[in-house]
Design a protein around this ligand. Structure first.
Ligand SMILES: Cc1ncc(COP(=O)(O)O)c(C=O)c1O
Length: 378
């Protein structure tokens, strides 16, 4: 079965008694035991639920994985992956990463005795030289949030393997439609399914996918124990959103390419960050490991942070809001939104300038998007 068929059909064959073409959500917290000696397949929804199980089958299928785990949010998925770490272990992370991930590492993992350090993973040699004897996990993100840096996944996964560490890759920006990190040697893939996977900005969710049987018990037992699993209805909405992921992504990336090309020639724009532009330093690696460059475009406005904020507030089709990956176009000002958890100094050290805007390019008519940017940049 190919990708666009998988998102529609995996785990969703019509079942008795009604043979509904769309399996209804099983919105029950608990399940009857017909045989008091043996638990039923599902006994309590925190531990497992038929709707969640269907979604997990689709998650595994679209990342070419053996296993999938649905989570309540992307951050829940990151927390579950990090539950594999113990005090004294070292977590090596890329210097450019989602601000919420950085906050979790700094505010919660470090005080628990887990060592965390950062390296610019766009040059895998930096990552290799930052490995310590205690390195147990290498975190990866590509394209990165918010400056869309590209990391060579095959090389970074090989560095982790040589170090005896697990590689965990946040594939939220690319989606499984455009990039499959397990096929490139990573151990665990993680998604904020709040974004493109659900695609309609009406659910928060997360996912983990992996192949190694030995990871299944620790990851699933942690999720069941801390209870960071999603509701059946959120799983059902996500199954619905997923069915159109391929067609949405095709339109997102067409629109994003046109927006990036428009911005690249605009006199008020200082720099455009989009891996689909041949001038992007990661363009060749992106071409090698992705099947398209995605729907996110960042750019700096000539001037300071307030010039960027003025442009953001003049936009009308692009809504000023957190998040990304929905059908509607959004603009984000990272210093106050996605990367507010970092100090200005930390942002600057990671190449996140104060005059940066991040666009989540939606699937509207591209002419409306470009006209909106044109009037806001006047
Ligand atoms: C790249 C990336 N990873 C993880 C997350 C966290 O996901 P959630 O907001 O679903 O918890 C986000 C959210 O913006 C993100 O952009």
């Amino acid at each position: 079965m190919r990708f666009s068929t998988k998102v529609i059909r995996v785990g969703q064959d019509p079942q008795p008694p009604h043979y509904a073409v769309i399996p209804p959500p099983v919105q029950s917290a608990t399940f009857y035991w017909p045989d008091a000696e043996n638990p039923p397949d599902f006994d309590y929804t925190r531990a497992g639920n038929p709707t969640r199980h269907t979604l997990e089958q689709v998650y595994a299928a679209i990342e070419n994985a053996k296993y999938g785990l649905a989570q309540a949010t992307g951050m829940a998925a990151i927390t579950t992956a990090c539950s594999l770490l113990r005090p004294g272990d070292h977590l090596l992370a890329p210097s450019d990463l989602y601000g919420g991930t950085y906050r979790l590492f700094e505010r919660y993992l470090k005080p628990m005795g887990i060592e965390v350090s950062y390296a610019d993973a766009t040059n895998p040699d930096n990552l290799a030289s930052a490995v310590r004897p205690s390195t147990r996990m290498i975190w990866l993100e590509t394209p990165t949030n918010p400056t869309l840096k590209i990391v060579d996944l095959e090389r970074c996964a090989a560095i982790a393997r040589e170090a005896g560490a697990l590689s965990v890759m946040d594939n939220t920006f690319a989606t499984p439609y455009l990039q499959n990190p397990l096929d490139l040697g990573c151990d665990i893939v993680m998604h904020s399914t709040t974004k493109y996977i659900n695609g309609h900005s009406d659910v928060v969710g997360g996912a983990l996918m992996w192949n190694d049987d030995a990871l299944t018990e620790p990851l699933t037992l942690y999720a069941k124990s801390v209870g960071n699993t999603p509701s059946p209805f959120d799983c059902w909405l996500t199954l619905r959103g997923l069915k159109t992921l391929p067609v949405r992504m095709d339109r997102h990336l067409q629109n994003a390419q046109a927006v990036a090309e428009f911005l690249a020639t605009h006199p008020k724009v200082e720099r455009v960050y989009y891996p689909g532009l041949p001038s992007h330093p990661g363009h060749e690696i992106a071409k090698k490991q992705m099947r398209g460059f995605g729907g996110m475009v960042s750019f700096t406005v000539k001037g300071d942070g307030s010039a960027a904020l003025e442009v953001a507030s003049r936009l009308q089709v692009f809504l000023l809001a957190e998040s990304l990956g929905g059908v509607e176009s959004l603009v984000c000002y990272p210093p106050k939104m996605s990367h507010a958890a970092m100090s200005e100094e930390e942002r600057l050290a990671r190449g996140i300038p104060p005059n940066l805007l991040r666009l989540s390019v939606g699937i509207e008519d591209v002419e409306d998007l470009i006209e909106d940017l044109e009037q806001a940049l006047k």
